[in-house]
Design a protein around this ligand. Sequence first.
Ligand code: LLP
Length: 425
Amino acid sequence: MNHFYFKDNHLYAENFLVEDLAKEFGTPLYIYSKNQILKNYREINQPLVNSKLDFINCYAIKANSNPEILKLLAEEGAGAEVASGGELYLALKFGYLRNKITFTGVGKTDEEIEYALRENIFNFTVESLQEIKVISEIAHKLGVIARISIRVNPDIDAKTHPYITTGMKENKFGIDSKDIMEVFKTANGLPNIDVIGIHSHIGSQITEVNPYIEAVKYLGELIQKVEKIGINIRYINFGGGFGVQYKNILTHRYIPTEEDETSRYSPLGEHVESVIKMLSAYNKKLVIEPGRSLVANAGILVGKVLYTKQGEVKKFIITDTGMNDLMRPCLYQAYHQVVPTTLKDTGFETVDIVGPVCETSDFLATKRSIQVMERGDRFAVLTTGAYGYSLSSNYNARLRPAEVLVDGDKHYLIREREKVEELHY
Ligand code: LLP
């Protein structure tokens, strides 16, 4: 996260003092670093380029679908992984090529399927036999052929939070191993279906390499079986899921260090490169769908302390931002580092940093050690570029934050703060 850093005890976003941006745009405020996004994209793309594999790097736009961020990655050459008709609309509107758009999801509606077929996108990742039949019927009605990749559920534990594990038997995603050959056969026999690939996305925020290696092995064996029955698999879609660092992002003598159980993080670092090597052996075109690893560490959420309150058993720092702006702590008990935007030598105290929403689960951090925070102090919640704004809501009729993109010494308001009048549209 080297585009967010402390200098003289002040937090910077590229060349800007975060305090200045917060004064100009108000809080809560999402700030993104353009150069961090580009760095992340290139870090992921380069090993693929070096591998000489034919590949499509499809940004999972659910991670952050701000139009300017979408445009930025489209201009870099990314494709898009979309999970709804709305995301497909955004991808098309903001510059993604049809032949680089892949549509995933267990519950595509007939309207969404028709929309995607009319737009002639590159691929549908399909998740049930019934869905494949519906796609075939709609394609028949339109007189087109639908290209599909069949998503398999390999029953592999991605060792991440249960809510973001997707490749286990009890998850709704993909087709179970026991049925998969039958589904390939049936799909291949349908008139308006072209089975081009195989897909596996076993989860998100995966920090260990072993689940990936297991998945690659599984796919290799499956491809052999599928090809034996005469189906020519051209694409392996490996999904996304590359984990990022959340703890100890910014270090300083006025910031306490956290114990961190995860030792390796680099997105598509050397261990993931080994996966690429394994995939090269299969001699197929590769599709990956990174979301978080492209944008998470390129964003921060800035808030302001409204009140401090000493309860009987703990102290609360009550802020102007909470679960409606950033769901991850409440939804997954996710850890995000919280740092004051101006560091002071006050010593540390342990507090709960909470939002203003009428829910006990409305917290940004619990039992967190931090410098003494006072009313009016600003702070930044780090690594919130992915699944931050995109998961936000208007709960409590709260207005969603503004979003600013910084690029060296330039900054752009890329989404205005919502206005109260917009609440009744
Ligand atoms: N491909 C598919 C089919 C997916 O379902 C997802 C994420 C991705 C790619 C991108 O995964 P990533 O590279 O971002 O891990 N809201 C949760 C994460 C949900 C992920 C959903 N699917 C969170 O905040 O942790």
